[in-house]
Design a protein around this ligand. Structure first.
Ligand code: NAD
Length: 500
């Protein structure tokens, strides 16, 4: 069997090599392009434009020009755009999933998982449409008495540079674009160079929904030159970024020049804690290993890639996790029987293979530990892997691997489990499995992470999501995300003749 996605590529009619600037689709000024290779087959999928510094400057200028009008537009205009776009997304869900499969090889079957689906992205737009006429300021009573008004207003921050990763383009596009446009900001959006085709189509649909020229501009291309120009551009007021911790740190550094506002959604090394009173240890193991293997093959920021398992249920956990590993299927993302994907590119494949070798020295290999060959040899496929008896300080228990690799660490007491869970530089998510609700609450409150799942984990698009510690700055989802695209202004107004 030779894997190929070329018939799907030919059917998709990809938009070639164009940026979206000031309401026009245009090639890069210097004609630079990037050829996208499919992660499962190595086949050439298509070319898109690489925006150079001059193109990013054009896009920022277009966003700046559009800001005074969009930033003061009627609430009904912004609500109308967001709601209409949500409907268009829902109507084009199948087409977008197919484009994503050509981009990053995430299988069509994974569309049934709500969290990163087009349906979830559409719901984010519906949700933020609701804040446009509700997220406002306050009227505050005077602290010192007297007859004057103190009012606060929320005003749009200005021009936002938004940068996306490759792994969940629908949801992450929505988590940035919906609140930013809803709050009255204008934008320059940078797609990941490993997931551009779906994002290009999402922008086309936004234009179809009635986006005014210049309000959102799309630049495609890699971190250098495209991303670098955006994060250092003096006329960008805020950078909203989802991606790796290393690039997040670079963005904080680059923001210093003009003191840009920064929101960061970064990586994690999230723990799943399995207590001996877990209601179903087998299910806990399958849930944990499933999150590390299904759909994104462990290339998910919040996957619980570190399992802390009580010694009393340790062997039962390992057996069920191994069963889950054996059930994962790889291959053609358009095949409904395929439930996972390869690693996104050759660089990531090399990185993960390096961690597998480290893991063999640091833990006990239970299953996997190698690249898949045979029919899979032309893609970046890695076998679902479990390392048991890992020390929590080992590299594979501390670093974000971003592959289908679970590190299992044993523990003996609740106190020890909490200490191990928190002994990480990250703090994005955590899961715990117990039938004791008092323990669940007690432990959840002591874990230093942004989202905690008790006996399961379901990210919803309207809930605040983000990281403690080095997993990020700020939150996406909900009112706090909407407010993160606004500045708070205080206006004081004496009503009488008194001197202030
Ligand atoms: P990445 O950091 O390599 O790239 C992310 C984006 O940043 C891409 O668009 C890339 O082109 C751009 N970029 C790279 N260098 C840049 C630079 N110097 N200046 C500006 N932009 C630059 O990450 P990735 O491989 O696309 O995604 C994987 C990472 O994203 C993982 O660490 C994962 O945990 C994280 N992630 C976090 C969340 C979250 O919500 N917390 C969600 C998804 C992914």
């Amino acid at each position: 069997m030779t894997l190929t996605v070329l018939p799907h590529r030919d059917a998709a009619g990809l938009k070639a090599g164009q940026l979206y600037v000031g309401g026009q689709w245009t090639p890069a000024r210097d004609g630079a392009t990037w050829t996208h290779l499919h992660p499962a087959t190595g086949e050439e999928i298509g070319e898109f434009a690489v925006a150079g510094a001059a193109d990013v400057d054009d896009a920022v200028a277009a966003a700046r020009e559009a800001f005074p009008s969009w930033g003061t537009s009627r609430a009904s205009t912004r609500i109308g755009l967001l709601l209409k776009y949500a409907e268009l997304l829902r109507a084009h869900a199948d087409e977008l999933r197919a484009l994503q499969a050509l981009d990053n090889s995430v299988p069509l079957s994974f569309g049934a998982i709500y969290a990163t689906s087009v349906a979830a992205a559409a719901d984010v737009f519906t949700h933020h449409a609701g804040w446009v006429d509700k997220a406002g300021g306050q009227t505050l009573p005077p602290y010192q008495g007297g007859d004057h008004l103190a009012l606060t207003f929320r005003e749009p921050i200005g021009v936002v540079g938004a940068i996306l990763p490759w792994n969940a383009p629908f949801l992450l596009f929505a988590q940035k674009v919906a609140p930013a446009l809803g709050a009255g900001c204008t934008m320059v959006l940078k797609a990941s160079e490993y997931a551009s085709f779906a994002v290009i189509r999402m922008v086309e649909l936004l234009a179809e929904a009635g986006l005014p020229d210049g309000v959102l501009n799309l630049v495609t291309g890699p971190g250098d030159p495209t991303g670098e120009r955006l994060i250092t551009h003096p006329d960008v007021d805020k950078v909203s970024f989802t991606g790796s911790r290393a690039v997040g740190k670079r963005i904080v550094e680059a923001s210093a020049g003009t003191l840009k506002r920064v929101s960061l959604e970064l990586g994690g090394k999230s723990p799943a804690i399995v207590f001996p009173d877990a209601p179903n240890v087998g299910l806990a193991a399958m849930t944990t290993m499933g999150a590390v293997t299904m759909g994104l093959s462990g290339q998910a920021c919040v996957a619980n890639t570190r399992a802390l398992v009580h010694r009393d249920v340790y062997d039962e956990f390992l057996g069920a996790a191994q069963g889950m590993a054996a059930a994962v299927t790889y291959g053609d993302p358009f095949d409904p029987g395929v439930i996972s994907c390869p690693l996104v590119n050759g660089r990531q494949l090399e990185r993960v293979l390096g961690y597998l070798e480290k893991g063999k020295a640091e833990g006990r290999l239970v299953t996997g530990g190698e690249r898949l060959g045979g029919d899979y040899a032309s893609g970046n496929f890695v076998a679902p892997t479990i390392f048991a008896d890992v020390d929590n300080h080992a590299t594979i228990a501390q670093e974000e691997i971003f592959g289908p690799v679970l590190a299992v660490v044993p523990f003996e007491s609740e106190e020890e489990a909490i200490a191990l869970a928190n002994d990480t530089e990250y703090g994005l998510g955590a899961g715990l499995f117990t039938a004791d609700s008092a323990r669940a609450f007690r432990v959840a409150r002591r874990l230093r992470a942004g989202t905690i799942g008790v006996n399961g984990f379901q990210v919803e698009p309207h809930l605040p999501f983000g990281g403690f510690k080095q997993s990020g700055l700020g939150r996406e989802g909900g009112l706090s995300a909407f407010e993160a695209y606004t500045e708070l202004k205080t206006v004081l107004m004496p009503l009488g003749e008194e001197l202030m």
